[in-house]
Structures are given as structure tokens and as C-alpha cells.
Ligand binder design. Structure first.
Ligand SMILES: Cc1cc2nc3c(=O)[nH]c(=O)nc-3n(C[C@H](O)[C@H](O)[C@H](O)COP(=O)(O)OP(=O)(O)OC[C@H]3O[C@@H](n4cnc5c(N)ncnc54)[C@H](O)[C@@H]3O)c2cc1C
Length: 348
């Protein structure tokens, strides 16, 4: 490998953790050694505020954390619309594919996996067709593209069902109600926000939402999407123009797994400034397995800016190991959902 390749720090993913990490690298004068590969077409943005864009209180542009000009100014090689499809640890290269299908390789000395989550696809018959495309009424809500797709169809929609009564689902329901849609929330647990709230708290929240005009169905699961609407396991059928899936996510681990790293519920790491089980790749924002003694249990997820604590270059040893740390495993059991299939995309 060339000396330039040996020094290159390749960051896979251009999300919130990646942005924070690159800020730290730039502050240490390492910008020109950094390549960031992100499959979204948007420069890193504050994903947490996506629902504010949906609600109409923020412009999409206001969410940008660092624009492409900032990366260029600091010598960082930012490549958007580029998906990393393989990590070849032996040759120390990643293989990429862009939207045109063009393939390329990027050599790395250090590799950071900052690939975030992929949405879970609840087991609802009819939301994905045989070719893996989402039903036209069905939307995910995780990326700027998802948000734009949803905004584009709102003028023709009057009713929406949000599947998932967690924080994200309620944000979406509130945003849609604010836009004048009749909104219903379906939650499999016995009460809303079951990871954050006690049963009385969740029930009080449901009462408030109902008072504001949003129907709430707890303890019931959506099982089928038909021409009549979304069928619940309690026998109800909710007639709707839109179904928004907000049933949580799981760490995007395929790259790490295929590269031979040890993964369980996340990539297994070795300390609060972890490396994965290979010395030259590190992982940002993973959910460590609870069954291994080698994982570090980081701070609980909260409403801080993701990556602000987790993805920071250790001050005590700049340049020693790539910047990253692990996120605590989420408490509570996950709903019976499957991973969003890569191919389950909206036809564009
Ligand atoms: C609407 C909404 C509200 C939220 N609210 C909160 C909140 O209040 N508090 C909170 O703590 N968290 C919240 N979250 C979660 C928070 O956004 C995530 O925890 C955070 O974005 C994680 O940062 P990340 O950089 O690890 O991953 P992400 O921001 O998901 O970024 C990962 C990036 O990697 C890219 N990527 C993945 N695989 C590849 C590949 N193979 N090649 C190239 N690129 C790839 C993805 O496209 C993505 O852009 C919210 C999320 C959403 C969607």
C-alpha cells in the first residue's frame, strides 16, 4: 500500500457521528487524510430534527451540520451518494458503488464504521411487494429523502397511520396532525413510549393525544395492508392514505459481519475507546451485545447530539486509535420485527 493509503482514514457513513468525528480530526489537522463515504445524497445533517421539517417549522437546509464546502475547505474528501458494499481487510480497501452502478475502491490505513441504524420492517403483509418495493402508501422516516418523499404526497393525503408509538412515531404523528391530517398511532406495547415511560405516563400521553384528535391503539399490532386499509390483530381495519413505519431500527452490521468482525447485537468492541476485533477498523455508535463481557456499556441514549460523546478522538492519545465508542444496549425487549430488507425501497 502507498504511504498515502497507509495514512488515510476512511469513514463509512456521513451521518451525525461521522460529522462529529471529522470535526475532531480536522481540529487536529488531519482533514487532508480523511475520506468520508456516505450513501445519502445530503451532507451530514441533524437527523433528530427531521420531524421538524415534516412539521414545517424548519427548512431542510437548516439541518445541515457541515456542508460540502466546509469539507472541501479542510481538505476532507467527502463523497456522497456512494455506498460501501465491501470491506476487504486483507487488501485494506473498501469497495464502493454509486447510483450509476460505477464501482471503485478506496484504500484505508484506518477504517471507521459509522453506518448508524437501518429501520426495522414490522411483519405486516402487503407493505412490500414481491420485488421488494414498498407499497405506494407506505413510508419509512429515517432520512432526508424519506422526509421529502412524505412531504411530496401530503397534499393528496387526508388520513395517516403511524406504526410505532415510540418517540419517533409520536413526533411524526404530531407533525402530520399539525399539517391537518387525521392521524392514528398503532403501538404493540400496552402503552406509548414504553421504553421511556411507565404505564401511567404512557397512558396519560395517549389521553392527551386523543384530546388533540390523534387516535391511539395500544396493545395491538398491524398485521396486513389491504385495499381497505391497515388491518390490526384486534380486528380493526384503519382506512388510510398513508402508513408511516417508525418501529425502531437496528445497527447496520452487514459490512462488519461480512468483513469477518465479531458481531452480536452490534460490533463487539473492547473498551470505552473501542476497536473492533480487527485492529485497523473501528466502529462508531454500535449497540454492544449484552452477552459478552468484552463490551463497554456506554452512556444511555438520550436527546444529546448523537456522536457528541461517543465519537471523539481520545485526547490522551491522539492518533493512537480511531475515534469511536459504543452505545448502551437499549433496555426492554424489541418488538418482533425483521430488518428492513436492503431492497425494500421506494421505486424512484
Ligand atoms: C426523526 C428522528 C428523530 C430522532 N430523535 C432522536 C433524539 O431525540 N435523540 C437521540 O438521541 N436520537 C434521536 N434519533 C436517532 C439519531 O438520529 C441517531 O441516533 C443518530 O443519527 C445516529 O448517528 P449515526 O451517525 O451513528 O448514524 P446515522 O445518522 O444514521 O448515519 C449513518 C449514515 O451512514 C450511512 N450508511 C450506512 N451504511 C452505509 C454504507 N454501506 N455506505 C455508505 N454509507 C452508509 C447512512 O446512509 C447514514 O447516512 C432520531 C432519529 C430520527 C430519524
Amino acid at each position: 500500500m502507498s504511504p498515502a493509503g497507509e495514512r488515510r482514514i476512511v469513514v463509512v457513513g456521513a451521518g451525525m457521528a461521522a460529522a462529529r468525528l471529522v470535526e475532531g480530526l480536522v481540529a487536529r489537522g488531519l482533514g487532508p487524510q480523511v475520506t468520508v463515504l456516505g450513501k445519502e445524497h445530503h451532507a451530514p445533517y441533524n437527523r433528530i430534527l427531521l420531524s421538524a421539517v415534516l412539521e414545517g417549522t424548519h427548512d431542510a437546509g437548516a439541518l445541515t451540520l457541515r456542508d460540502p464546502a466546509w469539507f472541501a475547505e479542510h481538505g476532507v474528501d467527502l463523497r456522497l451518494g456512494v455506498r460501501v458494499v465491501e470491506v476487504d481487510r486483507g487488501r485494506r480497501v473498501v469497495r464502493t458503488v454509486d447510483d450509476t452502478g460505477a464501482e471503485a475502491e478506496v484504500a484505508f490505513g484506518r477504517l471507521v464504521l459509522a453506518t448508524g441504524l437501518i429501520p426495522k420492517l414490522p411483519p405486516i403483509r402487503g407493505v412490500v411487494d414481491r420485488k421488494g418495493h414498498l407499497h405506494p402508501k407506505v413510508h419509512a422516516f429515517r432520512t432526508m429523502a424519506d422526509c421529502r418523499d412524505l412531504l411530496a404526497v401530503l397534499p393528496d393525503a387526508r388520513r395517516a397511520v403511524v406504526v410505532g408509538g415510540g418517540l419517533l412515531g409520536l413526533q411524526v404523528a404530531r407533525a402530520l396532525a399539525g399539517r391537518g391530517l387525521a392521524c392514528e398511532v398503532v403501538e404493540g406495547s400496552e402503552h406509548l413510549m414504553s421504553r421511556q415511560l411507565s404505564a401511567p405516563g404512557g397512558q396519560a400521553l395517549a389521553r392527551d393525544l386523543r384530546r388533540l384528535g390523534t387516535s391511539v391503539y395500544t396493545g395491538s399490532r398491524a398485521v396486513r395492508l389491504t385495499d381497505e386499509g391497515l388491518v390490526l390483530d384486534n380486528g380493526f381495519t384503519l382506512s388510510t392514505d398513508l402508513v408511516i413505519l417508525t418501529a425502531g431500527g437496528r445497527p447496520a452490521m452487514a459490512l462488519a459481519r461480512d468483513a469477518g468482525l465479531t458481531v452480536r447485537r452490534g460490533v463487539v468492541v473492547d473498551s470505552p475507546s473501542p476497536r473492533s476485533t480487527t485492529p485497523r477498523s473501528t466502529r462508531s455508535a454500535t449497540v454492544p451485545s449484552s452477552s459478552t463481557p468484552r463490551v463497554w456499556r456506554g452512556p444511555p441514549a438520550s436527546s444529546h447530539r448523537p456522536g457528541s460523546r461517543r465519537a471523539c478522538w481520545p485526547r490522551s492519545s491522539p492518533g493512537r486509535s480511531a475515534p469511536t465508542a459504543a452505545r448502551a444496549a437499549s433496555p426492554g425487549s424489541a418488538p418482533p420485527t425483521s430488518t428492513w430488507p436492503c431492497s425494500a425501497s421506494r421505486r424512484r
